[in-house]
Design a protein around this ligand. Structure first.
Ligand code: NAP
Length: 243
């Protein structure tokens, strides 16, 4: 059976690197984006230029109707979805918990956790198995991200718990569910936190003494989705240079 993957937030950063690698492995790729159509379209164009199959689909993955439409459109364009990467995520300006507004906390939870829940539900409706899901969590789930973004860290902790529970629910039907926990990866996300140079600042404190690349995270995601990881479910790979 042909492999069809949806990557949420697949137009930039870790999602874009994952889209490229999976296309190279023969997956047809649904590249979801929220606002940056140009970035998503350029990922799709690169995949098509290399002979692969891909489609860019706009959807806010924190919205149930838009998630359902994302799965419907991807199925129509590429075939039944067999794999899912819950990658879309946001964070806001570095601050203490006391400075975080209720609205911000809700927005972060809705975008980072509710999206994974909604996409997993839509996936289960379309894929009876075999198949695989990878949830892109964060090292923040373990560190708690004090003085930076406890809201974001809490959302990733919830994602890890959901990964574990869902992996056990779906194991019997041959759908594996795993997580990756990146940290200090060179993407646009740190600018959203108000510090574009955050990775460079923290590099001396990282055991491997440098930040990671989106491709280094993507390689772990690709492996977890692949048949090479056929006995792996409910597991997590930390990709944070030893932190
Ligand atoms: P990024 O470069 O900022 O990309 C984020 C992506 O998420 C963008 O493609 C964006 O779409 C998409 N997105 C945001 N909200 C969305 C929504 N509501 N619906 C659909 N798409 C949405 O970030 P990144 O660093 O690659 O992060 C990817 C994942 O890795 C996130 O879950 C993040 O928490 C996690 N992570 C990153 C790091 C790191 O150091 N970079 C560390 C730990 C974990 P548009 O392109 O349309 O804006």
């Amino acid at each position: 059976m042909s492999k069809v993957v949806i990557i949420t937030g697949g137009g930039r950063g870790i999602g874009a690197a994952t889209a490229q690698l999976l296309a190279g492995q023969g997956y047809a790729v649904g590249v979801n984006y929220l606002k940056n159509q140009e970035a998503a379209q350029s990922v799709v164009s690169a995949i098509r230029a290399a002979g692969g199959r891909a489609v860019a689909v706009q959807a806010d993955v924190s919205n149930e109707a838009e998630v359902d439409a994302l799965f419907e459109k991807t199925q129509q364009a590429l075939g039944q979805v067999t794999h899912l990467v819950n990658n879309a995520g946001i964070l806001f300006t570095q601050s203490t918990l006391a400075e975080i507004s209720t609205e911000r906390f809700q927005k972060v939870l809705t975008t980072n956790v509710m999206s994974a829940f909604l996409c997993a539900k839509a996936f289960i409706h379309q894929c009876q198995g075999p198949g695989a899901i990878v949830n892109v969590s964060s090292g923040a789930a373990k560190s708690g991200s004090p003085f930076e973004y406890v809201d974001y860290a809490a959302s990733k902790g919830a994602m890890d718990t959901m990964t574990k529970g869902l992996s056990l629910e779906l194991a019997g039907q041959g759908i594996r569910v795993n997580g990756v926990r990146p940290g200090f990866i060179h993407t646009d996300m740190h600018a959203d936190g108000g510090e574009p140079g955050r990775v460079e600042r923290l590099a001396p404190q990282i055991p491997l003494k440098r930040g990671g690349t989106p491709k280094e995270v993507a390689q772990a995601i690709v492996w977890l989705l692949s048949d090479e990881a056929s006995y792996v479910t409910g597991s997590f790979i930390d990709l944070a240079g030893g932190r």
